[in-house]
Design a protein around this ligand. Structure first.
Ligand code: NAD
Length: 286
């Protein structure tokens, strides 16, 4: 049986993941701002540091896996964009940076980061916002969406999930992750019935947007089913899954972007990466 850290363990999909892992006999260290083994506010650097340290102490610096589900959706509150930036992006990246050695201490550790299908279906997300996240500049990311007015937090939400997905894909293949036996992947749900979605449905403008959003199989997803996907991505069956973003969204991404991916790749780029790979794989885990 393994030891797993789960953020967002108090509610929704994180709660279901924690429950299913415990039911299967694993030890779960839940992290949340409320009702958790480790109560910490992931919207502050101090809270993230405390959460990271407490998990390392509780797990004796050895983790078989981690699920990063803590997050906030778009909303009208004045500081929502700042909270989204801090929790959805830095609440993943900072914790995983701190936990990577503990994950490398297990033999076949797996990590699942909650992304979203808002990554590929939200229009007009500025590339500079995503770049600001990847450059660790939360203030710049928040400033860059101010011009969207009442839609700012919707755009920032999508940008935070694009950035965290790109971070997963960039890091997953590196020697310190793939080479250290850690499988790092992202799960991208569509609209799933949880308190996060309920909050959106309680705000008339957002409810209208959510309800008119195309979902080919019709209806909202189930938190328990998404938790099953996360558990599958934590299992031995996922040994060969690395840097993937798995969409479980009732078909919305395919509806909007059927021909965007897979796409052909220029020969020049393939040759560049082939040349780089020998140096890259030779550098080994650190
Ligand atoms: P949820 O609101 O039910 O759960 C989110 C959890 O994050 C809560 O327990 C909350 O307390 C915790 N959290 C929020 N702010 C925190 C903070 N500052 N510090 C510590 N914990 C904090 O939401 P959910 O729908 O289960 O969402 C789980 C993940 O899935 C999120 O990352 C969300 O963005 C993503 N997601 C959700 C949907 C959806 O439709 N529900 C769709 C796509 C992606």
């Amino acid at each position: 049986m393994g030891v797993y850290a789960v953020t967002g363990s108090a509610s929704g999909m994180g709660h279901m993941v924690a429950q299913k892992l415990r039911d299967a006999g694993h030890t779960v260290i839940g992290v949340d701002i409320k009702q958790a083994d480790i109560v910490a506010d992931l919207s502050t650097a101090e809270g993230r540091r405390a959460a990271a340290d407490c998990v390392l102490a509780s797990s004796r610096a050895r983790l078989d896996g981690a699920v990063l589900a803590a997050g906030l959706g778009p909303g009208p509150a004045a500081d929502r964009s700042r909270l989204i930036a801090q929790v959805n992006y830095f609440g993943v990246v900072d914790l995983l940076d701190a936990w990577r050695p503990a994950l490398a201490s297990a033999t076949r550790a797996k990590v699942v980061v909650f992304s979203s299908n808002s990554t590929t279906t939200t229009p007009a997300v500025p590339a500079r916002t995503v770049r600001a996240f990847l450059a660790d500049d939360a203030d710049k990311a928040v400033r860059s969406v101010k011009l969207f007015g009442t839609n700012a937090s919707t755009i920032l939400y999508a940008a935070s999930k694009i950035a965290v997905s790109r971070w997963v894909r960039r890091e997953a293949v590196k020697p310190q992750w793939a080479g250290a036996g850690i499988r790092l992947n992202a799960l991208a749900p569509g609209a799933i019935m949880t308190p996060l979605l309920e909050e959106q449905l309680s705000i008339p403008k957002q409810a209208k947007a959510v309800r008119s959003f195309p979902i080919p199989i019709v209806g909202f997803g189930d938190a328990g089913q998404l938790a099953d996907w996360a558990l599958f991505m934590l299992s031995d069956a996922a040994d060969f899954l690395c840097g993937s973003v798995v969409f479980v969204d009732g078909g919305s991404d395919a509806y909007f972007r059927a021909d965007d991916w897979p796409r052909t790749v220029p020969t020049r780029r393939v040759l560049h990466y082939l040349k780089r790979f020998s140096d890259f794989s030779a550098s080994g885990p650190n």
